[in-house]
Design a protein around this ligand. Structure first.
Ligand code: G4P
Length: 290
């Protein structure tokens, strides 16, 4: 599916991100645990290079737990710190301060030798839209008693920092990255999980693609949720959507099945995890074994 995605504020957003990143020691890149590769933006690799970074596999409550473990190990092998989060239910966030200390250990020792031992570590949250950046910040801020440290005159004018621990401060606005669209499959996966505004998408086509994906990869999810028979599962994805619409009584005046309504419902239910926990992609070596 071709997705034309030109966010109006991209240049401004990019500039802000490039300014903010200069103020921090460490970046937490929030990705969606259902698509840990497609929701990760390679631009950060250029901008931040090999400096300390945490990959936060968020929405792990919606992903397949074994796949999340495999992704965690895979990113750790590449030298990233990795946390598994369910920011909505405040799970996993408490690991962040310890991970920051361990990733910044060498730098902090160097700072200490130069007499700068009292400077707190600073971090920022980044990621593409809808991966849960604001939820992470709000949970962390809530836990820290919303202890905003205020502006730092001369150094970080206009920036608000949230003191998480005595030695750790978080920038209160996330850095927004944009999805990578060169590969159409990546765009489709991001659209499946709802990280692209639905207004710019053809929801029926997207739902057909999602049903086709599920028929191929997880037919049991479709049969369990929508009570489809084996023969129905083998039909075209368009026909499967009609079967589902029929089961749910989605009819227009005149009696035809309202497939647009069914398409939206299937997408919504999939995104909310009502079909079950699912990961849409696997680390390369895992994918080969599957
Ligand atoms: P963003 O700043 O990266 O754009 O994301 P934000 O925090 O606004 O979160 C986007 C949606 O994802 C929110 O749902 C939020 O509640 C949900 N969310 C965040 N973290 C988690 C998580 O760990 N698990 C689950 N299941 N959901 C999470 P929303 O308010 O309903 O928004 P929307 O999905 O209707 O846009």
């Amino acid at each position: 599916m071709e997705i034309q995605w030109f966010p109006g504020h991209m240049t401004k957003t990019r500039r802000m991100m490039e300014e903010d990143i200069k103020l921090v020691d460490l970046v937490v890149e929030v990705v969606d645990a259902r698509i840990p590769f497609s929701s990760k933006n390679p631009y950060l690799d250029t901008l931040w290079q090999r400096r300390p970074r945490i990959i936060a596999l968020n929405k792990s409550d919606l992903a397949d737990p074994d796949a999340t473990k495999a992704w965690k190990a895979w990113y750790e092998r590449q030298g990233f710190g990795v946390v598994e989060l369910d920011a909505l239910h405040n799970r996993g966030l408490q690991q962040i301060p310890e991970l920051c200390r361990s990733l910044l250990k060498d730098k902090r020792e160097r700072d200490a030798r130069r007499g700068m031992q009292n400077r707190p570590m600073r971090l920022m949250i980044t990621g593409i839209p809808n991966v849960g950046k604001s939820t992470v910040i709000n949970q962390v801020a809530g836990r820290a008693g919303a202890a905003k440290t205020g502006n730092k005159p001369g150094v970080t004018r206009g920036k608000q920092w949230i003191r998480i621990k005595k030695d750790l401060e978080l920038l209160d606005t996330p850095g927004i990255l944009w999805p990578k669209f060169e590969d159409p499959q990546i765009g489709t996966r991001i659209a499946f999980i709802g990280s692209i505004k639905d207004e710019i998408l053809d929801l029926y086509t997207l739902a057909v693609e999602l049903v086709a994906f599920l028929q191929r990869e997880r037919p049991q999810m479709l049969s369990q949720r929508y009570g489809l028979e084996d023969s129905e599962l083998r039909a075209t994805p368009e026909a499967v959507l009609e079967f589902i619409g029929n089961r749910r009584g989605h009819r227009m005046a005149g009696g035809a099945i309202d497939v647009e309504r069914t398409a939206r419902m299937v997408l919504d239910e999939f995104r909310m995890g009502k079909l079950g926990r699912i990961t849409l992609e696997y680390p390369p070596e895992e994918a080969l074994q599957r």
